[in-house]
Design a protein around this ligand. Structure first.
Ligand code: BDP
Length: 601
């Protein structure tokens, strides 16, 4: 799905701003047809934003159910000759859109865009009534999974609650931009670009997909360099364009070309669309992760889309701050833990030369601890993670790849985080998932493993290219004892490698740290402890050539659900939630300055 853009042939209207808003505490919205009649006694809400932290109402912060958004908009009558679409960048987690009382779209999934053509339902030159209902309930068939249950409030009334298995707040609402955009009746639906190079010649393999084909239609493709000089062209809808003296997209040294696709009839321009792309290759060879045939060592973080007040709402200022901090700290990469981030963030990664591992929202696919047997209960069965779940997992993976395929920054797909892959039933599930994904794209695949999964006990790693390990020895186990923790870490890493013989990415390691808390000798939660912990872990990685990267958990402190183990959220950030450095940030900045991207151990 192409990102909506204003071009020579297309119009665009961003509907972000203030919308009418109402949480449906009584579950009356459908019965009373709010989608048709509109909202009464509404409040105001910012879009994009999570609604949870905008007001001062506790019951809204933790609300589980439907919330309704409403806006009226005049659609210019000049737009009538074109096709009109409504597009939501993302809303968590399940949405319906009505235009003038007509249901135009239903979508399940909280982190990817959805759109509908609405040309036939809008009134051109007049006011149109847009209603979006967003529901934040989760099941074993949604991503992430979760379960609704009922408790009671202080007055004994039934209260809907959500049990979730993931460690971040269930921020809800319309999180990314809502656009109206037009296209000509014949338009470019998709563009696929794959790049390669040999010596100093770049090869751009492309395909242009239009919604319709007509005999007298022709295609024009042009490629411009960063100086806006035309460096390649073609008049085919697919093929290969050579770029002489190609400049590669390199980690921390981005170079972007502009790809322009035009559809014409004779000399008349019908549709035009453009996007940036980079020329770079990704391979795994002899246990090394190669970008442009050079070994690449991942230095960076698992992150979150998370901030004060806005929650998961798209915010260009915070996003820029984050990229500036990534540059400052000498990082070269991050994982979009635990869901696909906004398209706007990936555009920035392309421009800043920050390497990205894109992750589907497959987080929390695991059971509860069963105290009697000291293990987690099984979840890969017909009542929980079943064929229906797999279908959804594949759908979301397909949509993520379709959305993000052209970003040079994205070098690998992560298909799950800490799933219960020690269950034998997980094998068939992941085998199918991996095989299907490989047909969609050739990027390497990563599976991220939970610390409870002992070396040799994972049933799915064999299908993946890179093994991600989330390890917290000295924190969640042997709490406070860093020396013992790193001893176990070394054993664990060596044993995993021994069994799987695949490159290992340290996809998570870190400790909760209260900014401003200092103690010597270091104890848990102090800034000193965070530094000591990271230093200890790094000593081990530096001697293990099969460790191809280190992603500290987490870039910044982030909000979680209320829990006795989380004090105002997860504090494993190297930066505070307000994006200011803890001591560990200065330490990492020095370390990563001394390790180049091709870190040769
Ligand atoms: C891992 C999860 C991550 C958590 C982290 C932690 O992948 O989402 O936030 O541990 O406990 O289990 O801090």
């Amino acid at each position: 799905m192409l990102y909506p853009k204003m071009t020579a042939s297309r119009n665009l209207l961003n509907l972000s701003g203030i919308w009418n808003f109402k949480a449906d505490y009584q579950e009356k919205g459908y019965e009373e047809k709010w989608y048709e009649k509109g909202l009464e006694k509404y409040e105001l809400m910012a879009v994009p934003s999570s609604y949870n932290d905008i007001t001062i109402e506790a019951r809204l912060r933790d609300f589980v159910g439907d919330v309704w958004y409403e806006k009226t908009v005049v659609v210019p009558k000049q737009w009538k000759s074109q096709s009109l679409f409504i597009r939501v960048g993302s809303a968590s987690h399940n949405s319906k859109i009505w235009i003038n009382g007509i249901l135009v779209k239903e979508y399940i999934g909280g982190f990817l865009p959805f759109e509908a053509e609405v040309s036939q339902w809008v009134k051109y030159g007049q006011e149109n009534h847009i209603v979006i209902c967003v529901n934040n309930e989760l099941t074993w068939q949604t991503f992430p999974p979760g379960q609704v249950y009922y408790s009671e409030d202080e007055n004994g009334n039934r209260l809907k609650k959500l049990k979730q298995q993931h460690d971040f707040f269930n921020y809800s609402g319309i999180h990314r931009n809502v656009y109206l955009y037009t296209t000509p009746k014949i338009y470019i639906k998709d563009i696929l670009i794959k790049s390669d190079y040999k010596k100093d010649v770049g090869y751009v393999n492309y395909q242009i997909v239009t919604n319709k084909k007509q005999d007298d239609m022709r295609i024009e493709v042009e490629i411009y360099d960063e100086e806006n000089i035309l460096v390649g062209k073609s008049n085919r809808k697919d093929g290969e364009i050579e770029l002489k003296d190609v400049i590669l997209w390199q980690p921390n040294n981005a170079y972007l070309y502009k790809f322009v696709a035009n559809v014409l009839k004779g000399n008349e321009l019908i549709d035009s669309y453009n996007l940036n792309f980079g020329v770079r290759t990704v391979k795994i060879e002899n246990g090394r992760f190669l970008i442009n045939d050079n070994p690449f060592y991942f230095k960076g973080f698992g992150k979150h889309e998370d901030m004060d007040i806005k929650g998961k709402g798209l915010d260009d200022a915070i996003n820029l701050r984050d990229f500036n901090l990534l540059k400052w700290i000498n990082a070269n990469s991050f994982r979009t833990s635990h869901y696909p981030y906004s398209e706007e963030i990936l555009d920035l990664a392309d421009r800043y030369g920050i390497v990205v591992i894109g992750e589907v929202p497959a987080v929390g696919m695991l059971g509860q601890a069963v105290p009697a047997i000291g293990e987690l209960d099984g979840v890969f069965n017909k009542n929980k993670i079943n064929d229906e779940t797999l279908k959804e997992h594949i759908r979301l993976t397909r949509e993520m790849i379709s959305r993000d395929k052209n970003h040079p920054s994205v070098v690998m797909w992560s298909l799950s985080n800490e799933a219960s892959v020690m269950e034998p039933n997980a094998e068939k599930y992941f085998k199918t998932l991996v095989e299907t994904t490989r047909k969609l794209d050739d990027r390497p695949l990563l599976n991220v493993n939970l610390m409870l999964i002992e070396p040799g006990k994972c049933h799915v790693s064999k299908y993946f290219d890179v093994i991600g390990l989330n390890l917290y020895f000295g924190w969640y186990s042997d709490s406070g004892n860093i020396n013992l923790g790193i001893k176990k870490l070394e054993r664990w890493l060596r044993d995993w490698y021994e069994v799987e013989k695949k490159p290992i990415l340290m996809s998570e390691y870190g400790v909760d740290t209260i900014a401003g808390l200092h103690k010597e000798p270091a104890i848990m939660f102090t800034e000193e402890f965070q530094v000591e912990f990271l230093k200890g872990y790094h000593k081990i990685y530096d001697n293990l050539p099969f460790v191809i990267g280190e992603h500290v958990w987490n870039f910044a402190d982030f909000m979680t659900g209320q829990d006795i183990v989380r004090i105002d959220g997860n504090k494993k950030g190297v930066f505070t939630r307000q994006r200011q450095p803890k001591m560990a940030a200065h330490y990492l900045r020095q370390r990563w300055k001394n390790i180049d991207n091709a870190f040769n151990k």
